[in-house]
Structure formats: structure tokens, C-alpha cells
Write a protein that binds this ligand. Sequence first.
Ligand code: NAG
Ligand code: NAG
Ligand code: NAG
Ligand code: NAG
Ligand code: NAG
Length: 258
Amino acid sequence: MALGVLILAAFHPHLTAARIGRNIDLATDYNLLSGTSMACPHISMAAALLKASYPDWSPAAIQSALVTTANPLDNTNRPIREQDGSVASPLGIGSGHVDPNQALDPGLVYDASVQDLVNLVCSMNFTRNQTLTIIRSSYNCSNPTSDLNYPSFVALIRAAEIRRTLTRRFRRRVTNVRNGAATYKFTVEVPVNTTAVVEPQTLVFRKKNETKRYSLTIRYKADIEIQHREGAVIWTDQTGKYRVRSPIMVSAAADNFE
Ligand SMILES: *[C@@H]1O[C@H](CO)[C@@H](O)[C@H](O)[C@H]1NC(C)=O
Ligand SMILES: *[C@@H]1O[C@H](CO)[C@@H](O)[C@H](O)[C@H]1NC(C)=O
Ligand SMILES: *[C@@H]1O[C@H](CO)[C@@H](O)[C@H](O)[C@H]1NC(C)=O
Ligand SMILES: *[C@@H]1O[C@H](CO)[C@@H](O)[C@H](O)[C@H]1NC(C)=O
Ligand SMILES: *[C@@H]1O[C@H](CO)[C@@H](O)[C@H](O)[C@H]1NC(C)=O
């Protein structure tokens, strides 16, 4: 989530950006606009700054740094709220308000390669031509998986699963992007009526660029009454300086909202 207020962004040069009097229309290549859509150039700016600082980071690493360092609290240190006053869920605010300075030093990143993204597309059971339309080059679908190495977790409840107790297991890899060794321990903000198990409980990195794996297993009852419940997995290093936070969302799937 980002501010969408007075963001300098590219603008259609043939549209009126400002008017003098009644009949003098002024055009421009760039304009300062406000609104929901202006969060996009704001986030793009933050991503561009990260890419300038770390030219070898992948798009996934940049996204991870922005997500895991975002702030889920407002300027009174309470959870960000919706306009109606209810606490906003990750479906509304993602992992929170973007903090570009924190993102410059995220501690750990969830990286993903092009092949990881291909594996995700492969899991969607598209036809060969549909898959080619997305991937746009020859591809290898030998290892399809919807469990992308992504810095958040979504467990969906499908209509056919109502009242059952469900277990979902997510596998993740995190890479140490700081110089030197680091030890991280997890905390979990467990969604209500859910259990969460993280394995292993400590990640020990001996040097920069080292990657460690962990799994998150969540178990929950598929109650129809609850449209969504949220939590988070937070990896904190031994100094307490780095907090790598990923939202967890247990939510009714789209086929359940009908
Ligand atoms: C794709 O097909 C496999 C095998 O039939 C099935 O297990 C899986 O749920 C399907 N995935 C989607 C996203 O429909
Ligand atoms: C897939 O795309 C190719 C090239 O555009 C076309 O010749 C072929 O008929 C398509 N196949 C299907 C099953 O639509
Ligand atoms: C596809 O990838 C798998 C490894 O995931 C590899 O073993 C296999 O040889 C690859 N196939 C082709 C045609 O490249
Ligand atoms: C939690 O589970 C209890 C017992 O099934 C139920 O009464 C309650 O409504 C649930 N609360 C939420 C927020 O899911
Ligand atoms: C870490 O990985 C990046 C990209 O693969 C590389 O440019 C950099 O030299 C590596 N740093 C160390 C300390 O290994």
C-alpha cells in the first residue's frame, strides 16, 4: 500500500492537464495526480530506487523487500483501518504501508526465479497456447506448483470444503542479503481458530547470499461464517534490528462469496 497523493507520473500528452480561462487547454507529459491508481507509480518509484541500489536484485527480491518491511500500523501505532472503522485485512492493505528506507535493508528476501514463475503458471492447468501467451517462450512444465516462493501466505476455503478441518503447508526459501552471519527466530501471529507450525524454528546464516528453507503448516476449520482471518509470520534477527514480516490470510475463495 502506498500514498496516492500528488504523485508525479507520466501523463497522456493529448489530454487536458490544466486550463487557462475558458478555452486554453494545456497538455503535459507529466502531471501530479491523486487517487488509488497513483499508488502504482509511488510503488514503482520505490522499486526503481531499490533496483538502482541493488542492480543484481531480481524483481521478486525487490518486491519481497518492499512487502516484508511495510508497516501494518497507522501513524497512531494502531492497525490500519478501513473507512468504516474496521481493522483492515491484508486483502485491503497488503502487508501495510510501504517504507522505502526500510526496504533498502530488509535483512532477508524471498527470491523467485523465472522458472519459479513458470512453475506457478504451469499449476493453473491452462492449454498449451494459453500458457505460451503468458510465458512467451518455450517453457518446462515438469514441476508445476502453486506454492510460489512469495512473501505472504493465503489459505483459501472453497465452497466444497465448508465445515471440514483443513491443513495447508507452504514451503519457503529466504536469502540473507546482509553482509555477514545472522540468526533469525520466528514469531507467528496466529489467525483466530487456527494453529500454525513453523519448521525449523531458527534459521542460521553463516554468510551473505546464503539461502535457508522453512515450512509453515496451518490448520483451521473451514467455517462459512468467517470470511477471513489474518495473522503473520515474522522472522527477527538476534539484534532485533531486522523484522521480516509476511501476512497470513485464511479466506473464503471467490466461489464462496456468491
Ligand atoms: C490442475 O489439475 C490437477 C490434476 O488434475 C489438479 O489436481 C489441480 O487442482 C488443478 N489445478 C487448478 C488450479 O485447477
Ligand atoms: C495454438 O496456436 C497456434 C499458433 O497460433 C495455432 O496454429 C493452433 O491452432 C493453436 N492451437 C489450439 C488448440 O488452439
Ligand atoms: C525440465 O526441467 C527438469 C528439472 O526440473 C529437468 O530434469 C528436465 O530435463 C527439463 N526438461 C527439458 C526438456 O528441458
Ligand atoms: C472460533 O471458534 C469458536 C468455536 O467453534 C466459534 O464459536 C467462534 O465464533 C470462532 N471465532 C472466530 C473469529 O472464528
Ligand atoms: C551475492 O549474490 C549476488 C548476485 O548473485 C552477487 O552479485 C554478489 O557478489 C554475491 N555476494 C556475495 C558476498 O557472495
